[in-house]
Design a protein around this ligand. Structure first.
Ligand SMILES: *Cc1c(COP(=O)(O)O)cnc(C)c1O
Length: 392
């Protein structure tokens, strides 16, 4: 099928919940994707922060294919080697005690919210079930994670939404203190609001969240679905904020391209969920976990993480050299660029795609989540296209 055939069938048969770019992709290598006609695209998106090692990494593909040939799924009624390998790597590296595997970011956050509510109920009584989240946050598309998302535009159409959420402005310490009462069981935050516009949350505020959770015995949950797995230059982003959450959710980058989500729990929260209280048919799928074990082996190396930080500095410098870019936010290879007045992120992203560069948007900004393995030559090529497009 050529691009036209694919796009025609797409709009005919696939639910139109996405306004897609007019591009079909059929193969890729590293940070370069190709359409059926052989046109190349530099990838500054990694499938929205998913393909940590880029397209078709040979070691990852071998690990996944070998597991698919051996044992593709057994359900969570039995143990498998890939699952325990991933769980062991995660716990040993982070110091968390236990992990629950799901398949996506929203599910990982559902797990985190269940932990917070059950912890609150058991420790402080049945009324203790409110979770505080931040305005402008994004936590997922299930009814409950939409409820947790602090943006009114997500609270439409699907009533009734799940109750028990209270929103606080990021950075507003007084507002946070006021919002905590005896019904609050936990606080869940992103450290860089990704979908919200690549907006870093103030570090002092984050430490205050940690302090309040400690003081009042609440569950401190960090949504690292986008920021985790090396994305921001440390394995998990909270390492750069001087805090240690009770629960961390992750997903996007962990499977290297296969669906996998994880909730990590510390000593305080590891035993909150007991037999039969949570589950997932697909969660911890051995093929996804075989890929994840390989991703973690690569990403958890100090040299690999250092390279992310180096490339980040390089990308930031290159972005700021473009006259039409007013400012750059974010950490590691999760960057946002604010454009000068008169330029819109959506239109710019569309033109970039035409010119052979895949970029994302977040609110009014351009957003960049290149594969962690992108090389300097690919960065340069992408930046040339971006500069050309912005020049008009
Ligand atoms: C993408 C994202 C989610 C939702 O993940 P899905 O896998 O799409 O369910 C949740 N939280 C954050 C911070 C995200 O970036």
């Amino acid at each position: 099928m050529n691009s036209m055939d694919i796009q025609k069938k797409d709009s005919k048969y696939i639910a139109n919940t996405y306004k897609r770019f007019p591009v079909a992709l059929v193969e890729g290598k590293g940070a370069v994707a190709k359409d059926p006609e052989g046109k190349e695209y530099i990838d500054f998106t990694s499938g929205i922060g998913v393909n940590s090692l880029g397209y078709a990494d040979a070691g990852w593909a071998d690990a996944v294919a070998a597991q698919a040939r051996r044992l593709q799924h057994v359900s969570n009624l039995y143990s498998t080697q890939p699952d325990v390998e991933v769980a062991e790597r995660l716990c040993e590296y982070t110091g968390f005690s236990k992990v629950f595997f799901g398949n996506s970011g929203a599910e990982a956050n559902e797990g985190a919210l269940k932990v917070a509510r059950k912890y609150g109920m058991e420790k402080h009584g049945a009324r203790c079930n409110t979770v505080i989240t931040l305005r402008n946050s994004f936590h997922g598309r299930t009814i409950t994670t939409l409820s947790a998302t602090g943006q009114d535009s997500f609270h439409q159409f699907f009533f009734p939404f799940t109750e028990g959420f209270r929103f606080v402005e990021a950075g507003d310490i007084e507002g946070l203190r006021d919002a905590v009462d005896e019904t609050v069981c936990g606080i869940m935050i992103e450290l860089i609001q990704g979908e919200g516009g690549v907006v870093p949350v103030d570090a002092e505020f984050v430490r205050e969240v940690a302090r309040i959770c400690e003081e009042k015995d609440l569950v401190f949950a960090v949504d690292e679905v986008q920021t985790g797995i090396g994305r921001t230059g440390t394995f998990l982003c909270y390492e750069q904020f001087g805090v240690k959450p009770d629960v961390v959710s992750m997903a996007k980058g962990i499977g290297g391209g296969l669906p996998l989500g994880a909730v990590m729990m510390n000593e305080k929260t590891a035993d909150v969920l007991g037999f039969g209280q949570h589950g997932s048919t697909f969660g911890g799928n051995p093929v996804a976990c075989a890929g994840a074990a390989y991703v973690l082996d690569r990403v958890m190396k100090p040299e690999f993480l250092e390279e992310i930080r180096n490339k980040s500095e390089y990308m930031k410098k290159k972005l700021l050299e473009i006259p039409q870019i007013k400012s750059v936010t974010g950490l590691g290879l999760m960057l946002g660029a604010e454009l000068e007045e008169g330029l819109t992120a959506g239109e710019t992203a569309g033109k970039c795609v035409e010119e052979g560069l895949l970029v994302l948007t977040a609110k009014t900004k351009l957003r960049f989540l290149p594969p962690l393995v992108i090389n300097y030559e690919e960065i340069d090529k992408g930046m040339e296209i971006l500069a050309r497009v912005l020049q008009g």
